[in-house]
Structures are given as structure tokens and as C-alpha cells.
Write a protein that binds this ligand. Structure first.
Ligand SMILES: Cc1cc2nc3c(=O)[nH]c(=O)nc-3n(C[C@H](O)[C@H](O)[C@H](O)COP(=O)(O)OP(=O)(O)OC[C@H]3O[C@@H](n4cnc5c(N)ncnc54)[C@H](O)[C@@H]3O)c2cc1C
Ligand SMILES: NC(=O)c1ccc[n+]([C@@H]2O[C@H](COP(=O)([O-])OP(=O)(O)OC[C@H]3O[C@@H](n4cnc5c(N)ncnc54)[C@H](O)[C@@H]3O)[C@@H](O)[C@H]2O)c1
Length: 463
């Protein structure tokens, strides 16, 4: 069967859902195709459930900070409560009926099935009821997201390891867990599980956890993790994996053997290109992502957003790109102006560990690699008034990266209690290129965590 429409959106994660809804509300006939759950990874297996686990773990950690500061507290973790909250409040037991209804109310047509983009505005969908082809008059928007990527470790493919999906939907916390990979997924889940009593060993190939962040932030997190009792092995790579009698064993390249009840593999994600016709999109063999222009156009009549395009695998990036693509599609349909293209100079992200690590723009290393004349400023959160008052759990730092020739910030890191919230002002500063002299010549409410920005600015000016 062949059906016509204005736009087909292939993949209804945060990027596809945001774009499809807006296009339908603008009056276009939109078909949204989704193989699994409308909403994608973020609400069901990623951002939302993982942050519920983090929130619960942080509550336990705060309660453990009571002695010596406020009295005494007995803390008894109960992991099934977190699972129940994820099941009932976050995911409706992994049911997307509410999201489907919302999209339908916006005027969209929802099709559950696995689609394939075959070029010339055509998407073929396989579903329980057979095969259906949709042809789009105005264009196709690709938003198939990303999938976990496991390293080539001997035996790993034969063992029942966890990805983020099993880790956020588990009903019980294991007694022990190996976490392979110390990026955002690894560190957030490692700390949350450890706070529920799981004995966690984190194995990271590079010299630091969160290695894409400023080294100071990675070192801070490593220190906090070790103080909390997590075992962290950096510069460590797994050589082989095996599983027997309920126990996973990783043999590292240096010969060390590590065992635990569970193994979480969190070694990155790769864009899902499998549903895209390579010829129609000019994809080279071995391509790792789908390239797009500033208006998210991958080819004439084809737009793409989200993890698929590899410009920061974050929900807010996918939604921002969806806005850009929607404007471009509507403009081509004679409905409005395309407006500005995507601008990643002030792409923020937050790793929701405790301390939270927020960062925006360039790290010092990246700024130097771009040939900028760099000045940096550093301040320690515990040395500030609010950090000192806060005491237990006050670890954190602010690092600023200035393009000294222009006198503006091109990057910043804000680690600490509410580090992600403190990041907001720094994101505005980077995006709007606020002169660092102006940032120094303004007031910062006393005693806030963000006052440490002023200390970092003084350090920067001292050169
Ligand atoms: C554990 C974890 C925690 C995270 N936490 C955060 C966070 O706190 N903040 C943040 O900003 N980001 C976070 N992320 C990243 C965030 O989840 C992703 O960046 C976001 O989901 C990307 O959205 P997307 O629309 O590009 O793709 P996805 O969410 O991957 O959705 C793509 C959709 O396309 C569907 N699909 C794929 N192929 C086909 C096909 N052939 N036919 C039909 N449908 C198809 C999939 O089923 C899926 O539903 C986290 C990720 C993980 C793994
Ligand atoms: N709070 C957030 O915004 C958030 C949270 C989780 C995930 N995410 C998104 O999801 C993406 C995927 O997260 P991720 O943590 O899986 O990937 P990642 O790329 O952030 O980190 C993967 C880590 O695994 C390490 N690694 C790779 N191969 C290894 C090996 N063989 N042995 C040991 N370590 C190895 C890498 O050095 C790296 O530190 C992130 O890049 C991010 O965009 C965002």
C-alpha cells in the first residue's frame, strides 16, 4: 500500500517527536514512524529514569551527610522504590499511549513499525500488519538516534551484559557491578548504584573519567568516587569477558581479573544509519554519522536531527536541531522564514553526578588546538562563602576559558552542588560573547555557589 503525506518523520525520539509535532501543528500532513516507543531513548531508558536514580542516590548521600552537621540519621536504601517510580511515574511501565495521543491530537498520523528511507521522499515501513510505503511531498526528516556501541573485547558478545536499558529498568540493585566506560552513562549510573550499596568497579580506558571534560573536573570526580568507596581503574582496558554461574569476569590487558554479579557496558553510542539508503544520501561506506548543513539538510528534501547527526548526543541538542529543521521545512513550503542555522558555540551539557559537572563551549585544550590565545581562570567551590557554609558535599570548581584577544569566554566548566544550574549564566556569557570585563564588573548574589565565577574571573585577570 502506498500513502501520500507532506512529511515523513523516521524515528520519534526527542528530535523526531519535537519536529513532527510542530510540523503537524503548522497544518502539514505528517506521518511519524517509530519502531519502539514514541519518545525514544530519553524518557524510557536514558535521561529521565537515570536522573530518577541519581535523585534517589543523592537523597541517600545527603542523609549520610547529616552526622556532624545536623544530628544523626539512619539510612536504609530501598532500590525497589526507585524502580517503582521509574516504572509508574516516568515510563507508565514502558507504555507510550499518552505520547501517541498527544501527537495524534497535534494532528499527526502515528505508524508503529520499522522504517527504511529508500530515497526520493519514500519511506517503507514493516509492521505487524505488513508493509506500507509513504511518499512525502515536502520532505523526509530522519531522526533514528543512536545505539550503544560495545568495544571489540573477546567474549563480550557472548555474555549477557547490561546496557543503559537494563541498568535503568532493573528491579533490584546487584550486590556488585563492573562498569566498563567512565563517560557520562558510566559515571552517573556507577555513583547512583554505589549509593544503593552496590560494590562498583569502574574501568576506564583513558587516564581520567569524563575524559572529554576539563582534566580538573575528571580528577575531582575521581577523588570523590574513591572517597565514596567506588573502585576506579583508569588507563585500563578489558581484553576478554566471560560469564559463568551468575558471575561476570573481565580480564584486563594488564592481566588483572575483575568479577561481579553484573556488567554494565557504557563505552559510547553510535548513530543509527542502518535504515538509510546510503546512495540516496551520499553516505560513504563506514560513515559514522549523517552530515547535515546548518539548516539540518542532509540532501535535497531530506533533513536530519539528533544523535544521528553527531553534533552532541544530547536531548536539548536534538530538540534545538528539530526547531531549526522545522523552520527550514516550513520555509520551503512557503510558510515562514528559515531563520538562523544551528550554532554550537555555546552547546551546554551536564553530567549529573554529585558533584554535577556542567560545561559549555570549548575546553582549554580544544581552544588551544583551534589556535586561540587562551587565558584561564580557576576557582575552588569549597573556598567560596557558600561552599564553605555548605561543608559536607561541597566539592566543586569553576574553570573559565577566555579567548584573550577578543576578551570573551569561549568555554566554561561548573562542577559542584547544582553545577548544572550554575552553568546557565556561563552559557549566556559564551553565547552572547559578553566581555569578561563586563562579567567582572557586575554583582553576584551573596552567598551563592555562582559567586565562585567572580573568583575565577579574578584568577583569569591575574593571568
Ligand atoms: C543513560 C543515558 C542517559 C542520558 N541522559 C541524558 C541527559 O541527562 N541529558 C541529555 O541531554 N541527554 C541525555 N542522554 C542522551 C539522550 O538520550 C539522547 O541524546 C537523545 O535521546 C537523542 O534523541 P534522538 O531523537 O536523536 O534519538 P533517540 O532517543 O535514540 O530516538 C530515536 C528513535 O528512533 C527510532 N528508530 C530508529 N531506527 C528506526 C527505524 N528504522 N524505524 C523506526 N524507528 C526507528 C528508535 O526506536 C528511537 O525511538 C542520555 C543517554 C543515555 C544513554
Ligand atoms: N547527562 C547527560 O547529558 C548524559 C548522560 C548520559 C549519556 N549522555 C550522552 O550519551 C552519550 C553516550 O554516553 P557514554 O557514556 O556511553 O559514552 P561516552 O563516549 O561519553 O563515554 C564512553 C567512555 O568509555 C570509554 N571507553 C571506550 N572504550 C573502552 C574500553 N574498551 N574500555 C574501557 N573504557 C572504554 C571512553 O574512553 C569514554 O570515556 C554521551 O556522549 C552523551 O552525549 C548524556
Amino acid at each position: 500500500m502506498v500513502s501520500e503525506c507532506d512529511v515523513v518523520v523516521l524515528g520519534m525520539g526527542p528530535g523526531g517527536e519535537a519536529a513532527a509535532g510542530q510540523l503537524a501543528e503548522a497544518g502539514l500532513d505528517v506521518v511519524g514512524v517509530e519502531a519502539e516507543l514514541l519518545g525514544g531513548e530519553c524518557p524510557y531508558w536514558a535521561c529521565v529514569p537515570s536522573k530518577m536514580m541519581v535523585r534517589a542516590g543523592n537523597l541517600l548521600a545527603e542523609a549520610r551527610r547529616v552526622p556532624g552537621m545536623a544530628g544523626s540519621a539512619r539510612v536504609e536504601p530501598d532500590f525497589p522504590l526507585v524502580h517503582a517510580r521509574i516504572r509508574d511515574e516516568a515510563t507508565a511501565d514502558w507504555d507510550d499511549a499518552a505520547a501517541v495521543e498527544r501527537f495524534t491530537r497535534q494532528g499527526g498520523r502515528f505508524v508503529r513499525g520499522r522504517g527504511r528511507f529508500t530515497g526520493q521522499g519514500r519511506v517503507e515501513v514493516e509492521s505487524g500488519s505488513g508493509r506500507e510505503t509513504f511518499t512525502a511531498r515536502r520532505g523526509v526528516l530522519l531522526a533514528t538516534g543512536s545505539a550503544p556501541s560495545a568495544p571489540p573485547v573477546s567474549g563480550l558478545g557472548q555474555v549477557p551484559y547490561w546496557t543503559n536499558r537494563e541498568a535503568v529498568s532493573a528491579a533490584e540493585a546487584p550486590a556488585s557491578m563492573l562498569v566498563l566506560g567512565g563517560g557520562a552513562v558510566g559515571v552517573e549510573l556507577a555513583q547512583a548504584y554505589a549509593r544503593f550499596g552496590t560494590r562498583v568497579t569502574l574501568i576506564e580506558a583513558s587516564e581520567r573519567v569524563v575524559s572529554a571534560e576539563e582534566p580538573e573536573a575528571g580528577e575531582l570526580l575521581l577523588r570523590v568516587f574513591r572517597d565514596e568507596g567506588l573502585t576506579v581503574r583508569t588507563n585500563a582496558r578489558a581484553a576478554s569477558a566471560r560469564y559463568a554461574d551468575g558471575t561476570f569476569t573481565l580480564t584486563l590487558e594488564d592481566g588483572a581479573e575483575l568479577s561481579a554479579e553484573r556488567l554494565l557496558v557504557a563505552t559510547g553510542r553510535r548513530p543509527r544509519l542502518d535504515a538509510l539508503d546510503p546512495e540516496a544520501l551520499g553516505l560513504e561506506p563506514g560513515a559514522r554519522r549523517l552530515e547535515v548543513d546548518a539548516h539540518m539538510r542532509a540532501a535535497p528534501g531530506v533533513w536530519a536531527v539528533g544523535d544521528l547527526v553527531g553534533e552532541g548526543a544530547f536531548t536539548h541538542a536534538a530538540i534545538y536541531q528539530a526547531d531549526v529543521a522545522v523552520r527550514a521545512i516550513l520555509a520551503e513550503a512557503g510558510l515562514g522564514e528559515p531563520g538562523p542555522g544551528a550554532d554550537y558555540r555555546a552547546l551546554p551539557h551536564v553530567t549529573f553526578t554529585d558533584p554535577e559537572i556542567g560545561s559549555v563551549g570549548l575546553t582549554e585544550k580544544k581552544a588551544r588546538e583551534r589556535g586561540l590565545t587562551v587565558r584561564t581562570g580557576l576557582a575552588q567551590v569549597p573556598a567560596g562563602s557558600r561552599g564553605w557554609i555548605h561543608k559536607a558535599g561541597n566539592e566543586g570548581l569553576i574553570k573559565l576559558v577566555e579567548d584573550a584577544e577578543r576578551g570573551v569566554l569561549v568555554g566554561a566548566t561548573s562542577a559542584g552542588p547544582m553545577g548544572g544550574e550554575v552553568l546557565y549564566g556561563l552559557t549566556v556569557a559564551v553565547r552572547a560573547a559578553v566581555p569578561t570585563t563586563t562579567l567582572r564588573d557586575m554583582m553576584y548574589a551573596y552567598p551563592t555557589f555562582h559567586r565562585s565565577v567572580l573568583e575565577a574571573l579574578k584568577d583569569l585577570a591575574a593571568g
